[in-house]
Design a protein around this ligand. Structure first.
Ligand code: ADP
Ligand code: MG
Length: 697
């Protein structure tokens, strides 16, 4: 039996270890730095580094690394050993404060967009002391931010940390106005639910598309998918259960509070979720979680697929980003309170989210925009590409009553007055069941469901924090200068509901009628990554991020470039993989099967002149038709890909990939999938969807 409390955090240089191993005053000063985000004095850093090294070496570590999150979306590390030579030619284990707080890194091999040209190639990594150091693979990992020498963010963590400072500052202004004088800081809290697929390694290795692109580019639908609903929350199979148990152990060792695990809707699909943490720590944890589930799966001869849509026609994988705001005194600001004032404060924060989402839907959409997620959004298992917010009927009724148009209770016929009336208690469950909304209020937090399974959670939370902070800033400005606080509060809430209610939608987001309705309301529907990215540099977005010093125009431009290039690369790799599989695998198999069918008919005729070969003849006819279609579709894809590859302008190029290459790929797939269903199973060169989806047994 695993002793969980003993195991938990055993590989983390956490508060308990610090307290135990650092001199009292060093510990206190480090704690202060962590709390206020202040600069760490080098003498303190030296003491912390020495203690960290001793601890790590005792645990078997030989190396250390700054662990960071460049704009590739995955983590990066460069290991250095603790070894240092002494005068006598011997070695000793050494780690300095300088090495702890700052590392130099060659930035030129990481995506930097335009930043590489304008700034020095060198970058540096700087310790984020709010995220504990940990040991992974005998290496002490120091969570760091990654910047260019000029200070430009080259990673996803730096803007997230900046956005956390911003929302802290603005939310504190509001809290002070409500008389919360004991609160010192407000932090966003995040709990991401991670979905993934598991497939058998031997089957996986026969699919070049999975190996090169993470998703299947071919595959006819299996006769049985998820229609019987027998997988969701189903009994976990022994091999998967063993995998999950090992994942939990690995995560717990790293202090990651993994809590929930279950089967998801699709066959071979699963989910795990931790208990929530402060946003930047949650982002670190989620990166580690993705790394660990992939690694542990291999040990069980399984492969973990984190792609948003590994199988067409089967549910894709998302990462529900549960987000809230919490005070350092432990109060959740989205928890409706018991007194009229607590209620008013809750409603003001709620209104801030509604307004932020209505003002910056494009940025939220962009924060989840990848080539992979394009296949998932709007595909009837994930929210549409239209950003709206779900509050639930009950809460919307309350807002209506406050706005004064309708009465809250049919019986009482009263309108609600802020600061005077207490909110009725609404059961959490009723607000939790709308699974079709991109952003749902679930009783005491917001669940953003558009995020894809393979993405870092940093960008979405950077956008949420910054946009909400911006609105809170406007609210605070007005409240601070108001003569009558209560009157202004009431006015702000009414005004926000009136002006921004178009973004509230409690209906079925999967319903086709919502698309037309959303258009009437003037809500953007940015169907794919290129159309979303078109808005990244809109003046209002640049102004938002510059105003709060979260991202500069230059940093946003570099992100535009990186995201666009990434989209182009992904689609190009997919198209090339598809062409190889069609030309080298599928076409030869079809040609062979056609030949066999023709030969069989011919041989039978030779044997017996009047034998009925209708099945062979008809099969041959159908095979011929689809084979012709496949042949022509492949030629067409080659042509479209060639023009996209040779196009020089990045804005034109991305349009060619989304507008011509992707449709050409769809045509190739349709022909190949039709052929798969009429060819003998033993001639088909690749494992089928059934082989893949029911392989984890
Ligand atoms: P589900 O959405 O499947 O019903 P839960 O409601 O149990 O799941 O929670 C999902 C995630 O939300 C968990 O990771 C949980 O820790 C997280 N969560 C709960 N409360 C908060 C909060 N105040 N802030 C951020 N995340 C939260
Ligand atoms: Mg959820």
């Amino acid at each position: 039996m695993t002793n969980v409390p003993e195991l938990f955090g055993s590989m983390v240089f956490n508060d308990a270890v610090m307290q135990q191993r650092l001199p009292q005053d060093t510990y206190q000063r480090l704690r202060q730095t962590m709390k206020d985000g202040k600069h760490l004095d080098i003498s303190i850093a030296n003491e912390v580094a020495a203690a960290m090294k001793d601890w790590a070496v005792e645990k078997g570590a030989t190396h250390f690394t700054h662990w960071f999150q460049p704009l590739t979306g995955v983590t990066a590390e460069k290991h250095d050993s603790f070894i240092s030579t002494d005068k006598n030619g011997g070695v000793m284990m050494y780690f300095s404060g300088k090495e702890l707080v700052k590392g130099e890194s060659d930035a030129s091999s990481f995506p930097s967009g335009g930043l590489r040209a304008t700034f020095e190639a060198r970058g540096y990594t700087a310790w984020d002391p709010t995220s504990y150091a940990f040991i992974k693979d005998n290496t002490l990992c120091i969570p760091t931010a990654f910047c260019s020498w000029g200070g430009e963010a080259l990673d996803t963590k730096t803007p997230l940390l900046r956005s956390m400072e911003t929302i802290d500052r603005q939310a504190m202004r509001i809290l002070r106005l409500f008389g919360n004088n004991d609160v010192m800081h407000v932090r966003p809290t995040v709990g991401p639910e991670q979905e993934y697929f598991l497939v058998d390694k031997a089957v996986y290795e026969k699919r070049p598309d999975l190996i090169f692109t993470g998703r299947t580019l071919f595959g006819a639908r299996p006769p049985k998918g998820q229609e019987l609903d027998d997988h969701y929350y189903g009994t976990i199979k022994p091999r998967v259960a063993a995998f999950m148990a090992e994942v939990d152990e690995e995560l717990w060792k790293l202090g990651i509070p993994d809590k929930t695990r279950h089967n998801e809707a699709a066959p071979a699909q699963h989910e795990l979720a931790p208990i929530f943490s402060t946003a930047n720590i949650a982002a670190d944890y989620n990166q580690l979680t993705m790394e660990i589930i992939k690694k542990v799966a291999r040990r069980h001869d399984l492969v973990c697929l984190l792609h948003e849509k590994p199988f067409e026609g089967v549910n894709g994988s998302g990462k529900h980003n549960n987000w809230s705001l919490s005070t350092d005194t432990g109060v959740n600001l989205f928890e409706p309170g018991d007194t009229p004032y607590q209620n008013a404060q809750f409603l003001l924060f709620l209104c801030a989210v509604v307004k932020a989402v209505d003002l910056y839907p494009e940025m939220l959409r962009i924060s989840v925009a990848t080539a992979g997620n394009d296949h998932r959004l709007g595909a009837n298992e994930a929210p549409p590409a239209i950003i709206s917010i779900f509050l639930g009927d009950e809460l919307e009724e309350i807002l209506d009553a406050i706005e004064g148009e309708k009465s809250y209770s049919a019986k009482e016929k009263t309108t609600m007055r802020i600061g005077v009336h207490t909110l009725p208690r609404f059961p959490k469950d009723t607000t939790d069941r709308n699974r079709t909304s991109p952003l749902a209020f679930t009783g005491n937090k917001f669940e953003f469901r558009s995020l894809g399974s393979s993405a870092s959670i940093s960008d979405v939370n950077t956008v949420l924090n910054t946009a909400v902070a911006d609105v809170l800033c406007g609210f605070a400005d007005r409240l601070e200068s108001a003569g009558d606080f209560n009157a202004m509060l009431h006015q702000l809430i009414c005004e926000t509901i009136r002006e921004h209610r178009r973004v509230i939608f409690n209906g079925n987001g999967y319903d086709q009628s919502w698309i037309a309705e959303a258009e009437k309301r003037g809500l953007p529907n940015l169907k794919d990554t290129p159309s979303a990215l078109n808005h990244l540099l809109d003046e209002k977005n640049v102004a938002l991020f510059e105003r709060h010093k979260v991202l500069s125009r230059t940093e946003l431009e570099s992100r535009y470039e990186i995201m666009t290039e990434n989209y182009i690369k992904v689609v190009r790799i997919e198209a090339e993989t598809m062409l190889r599989m069609a030309r080298q695998g599928i076409m030869p198999a079809v040609v062979r099967f056609k030949g066999e069918t023709a030969e069989s008919a011919l041989r039978q005729r030779t044997f017996m002149a009047n034998v009925d070969v209708t099945p062979e003849t008809e099969l041959l006819g159908t095979l011929s038709d689809y084979a012709n279609e496949l042949h022509s579709a492949v030629r067409d894809l080659e042509k479209e890909l060639a023009s996209a590859v040779s196009c020089r302008s990045i804005t034109e190029k991305v349009k060619l990939y989304s507008g011509s290459v992707i449709p050409a790929m769809r045509r190739v797939r349709a022909a190949a999938d039709a052929l798969e269903l009429i060819c003998a199973k033993d001639v088909w060169p690749y494992p089928s969807y059934s082989d893949l989806l029911f392989s984890e047994e």
